[in-house]
Write a protein that binds this ligand. Structure first.
Ligand code: UD1
Ligand code: MG
Length: 468
């Protein structure tokens, strides 16, 4: 099939050098798996090129986890998987792809990418493909770069015609000195792959079938040397994972600063790849931003806040040491210091959540206030309602959760409990210290506490007196 490409992503390896049981391709780097990054670069390349393209991921070690990952991917229809039963090397992995997905033989080109290289982008794929297209006699190109530390990479041994790649383990002393190394990103004519792949042997120090043997002296193959090694930084150890994670995060912060976000101490903020922060926002030191968090413009986030999968609208303020997960905070609301918003919470515009307040799966309307030491669970609270200090929604009877509904402009005094399910109307007033178990209609006054007894002069009976 002319003008078409099969993109094969090798992800079957266990990642022995990582020393963990998670398949290496699913290791998380700045909030996304290594595979997420590579697949997203491949999809961008495929969509922006004029080629008919399909992605095949070779899975192996704990393949069910990779298949689960694929089920949640928004572009899963464009992606197939192939199973490499034993991890016998990168050439064996490519074979597994053609075994399980034989129609990949029909694509004019085959692009091979490794799943352990998260900084790769569509630019590298474009550049490789350009060289291939401009030189129709070539049967393959390999992306290479000058490595600051070539240890561990396959070395490029240039020949008069073509080149070969020698792995670290198999290299002699002279070859080890070569600094041009293999990135393990290639584009090949599929006909070339068909004629050579079956002949690759495993007679080398690792006893593995090396994909690098598709490149040999005498073949019409060429290296495409990139000026920076950064896009190709491969992850084989936890230390490399930590270094690349750090690089992705610091690039992200740099970009946000260019876009107008103020970080008082950029090195002391942990931020994952997909987080968005709007212009004019100010971030104090010690904050953590995770997952699909979206922060609008001119938002203030004070020190040591933890914010995960949450959305915060413009002009809101999240004061020091607050913990937000799966929460929505709307325009100009204030949260904290030391507040906790749990999943399913929505804090309305101009609303206020003060210190030591926990809110779970509840919606507070515009201007509602819960300023001190309270628990709001499974509740709806109307506009401009004010809730005093020490309020508790008793939402759980030991077996089931129940809802509390409180209307607008209602006032609840300090130290009250409401036993759910319960509805308190608009413009109601609940006296301090009340335990409310029955619904309170609109405009009503509710009090639920025992009567006070005062015995004049009786205090001395109860006061301790000092013994001489
Ligand atoms: C590979 C290259 C090396 C290159 C380096 C760049 C080979 C033989 N070597 O080495 O020249 O400099 O990448 O980062 O290709 N995989 C499978 N099945 C297997 C083995 C590996 O799917 O049986 C997958 C891994 O999951 C990984 C990729 O192939 O995503 C590369 O394997 P890895 O073990 O990381 O190869 P390197 O030693 O890094
Ligand atoms: Mg590798």
């Amino acid at each position: 099939m002319g003008n078409s490409i099969g993109i094969v992503i090798l992800a079957a390896g266990k990642g022995t050098r990582m020393k963990t049981d998670t398949p290496k391709a699913l290791s998380v780097c700045a909030g996304k798996t290594l595979l997420d990054y590579v697949v997203s670069a491949a999809l961008k390349f495929a969509k922006n090129s004029s080629l008919t393209a399909e992605i095949g991921i070779v899975v192996g070690h704990r393949k069910e986890l990779l298949q689960e990952w694929l089920q949640t991917h928004p572009e899963k229809l464009l992606i197939k998987t192939a199973w490499q039963k034993e991890q016998n090397g990168t050439a064996d992995a490519l074979k597994a792809c053609f075994n399980d997905l034989p129609h990949f033989w029909n694509y004019e080109y085959t692009l091979v990418a490794c799943a352990d290289t998260p900084l790769i982008s569509e630019n590298e794929f474009n550049e490789l493909f350009k060289v291939m297209r401009e030189n129709p006699d070539l049967v393959g190109v390999a992306a290479t770069f000058e490595a600051a530390t070539p240890y561990g990479y396959g070395r490029i041994v240039q020949k008069k015609i073509g080149f070969k790649i020698v792995e670290e383990k198999d290299a002699d002393d002279n070859q080890r000195k070569i600094t041009e190394v293999n990135s393990a990103f290639y584009i090949l004519k599929t006909t070339h792959v068909k004629s050579v792949l079956g002949q690759i042997s495993n007679q080398n120090k690792s006893g593995e079938f090396y994909l690098t043997d598709l490149f040999q002296e005498g073949f019409a193959v060429q290296t495409v040397k990139f000026s920076s090694e950064t896009p190709f930084l491969g992850i084989n150890t936890l230390e490399q994972l930590a270094n690349v994670d750090k690089l992705i995060r610091s690039k992200k912060i740099q970009k946000l600063m260019i876009d107008g976000v103020r970080f008082l101490s950029p090195d002391q903020v942990y931020i994952e790849s997909d987080v968005e922060i709007g212009v004019g926002s100010v971030i104090y030191p010690g904050c953590t931003f995770l997952g699909q968090t979206k922060i609008g413009s001119s938002v203030l986030i004070e020190s040591n806040c933890f914010i995960k999968n949450s959305s915060i609208s413009e002009d809101a303020e999240i004061l020091a040491s607050s913990y937000l997960e799966g929460a929505i905070v709307l325009k100009n609301a204030t949260v904290g210091p030391m507040a906790r918003l749990r999943p399913g919470t929505e804090i309305g515009p101009d609303a206020k959540i003060g210190n030591f307040v926990e809110v779970k799966k509840s919606k507070l309307a515009r201007g509602a206030k819960v300023s001190h030491l309270s628990y709001i669970g499974d509740a709806e609270i109307g506009e401009d309602t004010n809730i005093g200090c020490g309020f508790v929604t008793c939402n759980y009877d030991g077996a089931n959760k129940h809802k509390t509904i409180i209307g607008s402009r209602t006032f609840i005094g300090s130290d009250c409990q409401v036993v759910a399910p319960i509805t308190i109307g608009n413009d109601a007033f609940i006296a301090a210290g009340s335990t409310i178990t029955k619904n309170i209609p609109d405009g009503s006054f509710g009090i639920g506490r025992s009567l006070q007894v005062t015995k004049e002069g009786a205090a001395k009976k109860f006061l301790k007196t000092k013994k001489p």
